[in-house]
Design a protein around this ligand. Structure first.
Ligand code: GLN
Length: 253
């Protein structure tokens, strides 16, 4: 009898202890540094996905992430930085997630984990209206403006005769300014920002259909399966209930 009592007591104590440990883990295991705050890194010069308006970062990615954070019961904090600083910021824990019109690429998969994809894009060439350039065949010996570390820059590297023809800029807006000032002959950038730039600059033309499709996804630090799963689940919800489509309709022309 006594033995059974002791056994039961041990069981009770053990389960309380296990329960406490489990609760503690539950609380901690958000995959983020602060369980209440989801820190998103982006480069807010990439309309319609992210751009500045009234001192705030707005756009498709910002709104999508706000909904995801809400699903997760977290507050969203957005950190704006150069596009090519995002992978390091993610790896060192300065940000929890990248949402920046970021294209899934095998080389990037070595240093970060991508969520489910949410958008299909393709690189577009922007030229001046009177340039006479009709395709990348006309641009192999020309100066090409790109954003540092982007798929646009990798595409441009493929069609120029010499890498010295590639001029890098910290964001797309600066590359487009350089095109308007005659410092470069063309800019290679994702199709949606290209359309936005062409819309506000009547002297720009777009050359489309030269490059393969790309998929955008969010990215978490390599191995952060907890956050990856939570974000994918939240994203599936906002895709399933039609909220994500509303954001697409609002931002994509
Ligand atoms: N989609 C491109 C890439 O991932 C550009 C993204 C961006 O400039 N924000 O490289």
């Amino acid at each position: 009898m006594k033995k059974i009592k002791i056994f039961v007591m041990v069981l009770v104590v053990a389960s309380i202890f296990l329960g406490l440990v489990a609760c503690k883990n539950d609380k901690k295991d958000t995959g983020t540094k602060d369980p209440k705050v989801l820190v998103m890194g982006t480069n807010a010069a990439f309309p319609p996905f992210e751009y500045m308006e009234g001192g705030q970062v707005v756009g498709l990615d910002a709104e999508m992430m706000a909904l995801i954070a809400k699903e997760l019961g977290m507050e969203l904090k957005i950190v704006d930085m150069d596009f090519d600083s995002l992978p390091t910021a993610l790896a060192n824990g300065q940000i929890d997630i990248i949402a920046a019109g970021l294209t899934v690429r095998p080389d990037r998969e070595e240093t970060m984990d991508f969520t489910d994809t949410y958008y299909t894009a393709a690189q577009t060439v922007i030229v001046l209206k009177d340039s006479g350039y009709e395709g990348i065949v006309d641009l192999s010996d020309k100066l090409i403006g790109v954003q540092t570390g982007t798929t646009g820059s990798f595409c441009a590297e493929e069609f120029v005769n010499d890498l010295s023809q590639i001029k890098t800029f910290q964001n797309g807006m600066l590359a487009v300014e350089a095109l308007k000032n005659g410092q470069v002959d063309a800019v290679v950038i994702d199709n949606n920002p290209a359309k936005e730039y062409a819309e506000i600059n009547s002297n720009l033309d777009l050359i489309e259909g030269e490059f393969a499709d790309e998929m955008y996804a969010m990215a978490v630090a390599k191995g952060n399966k907890v956050l990856l799963d939570r974000v994918n689940e939240a994203f599936a919800k906002i895709r399933g209930n039609g909220e994500f489509d509303k954001i697409i309709d609002k931002y994509v022309k």
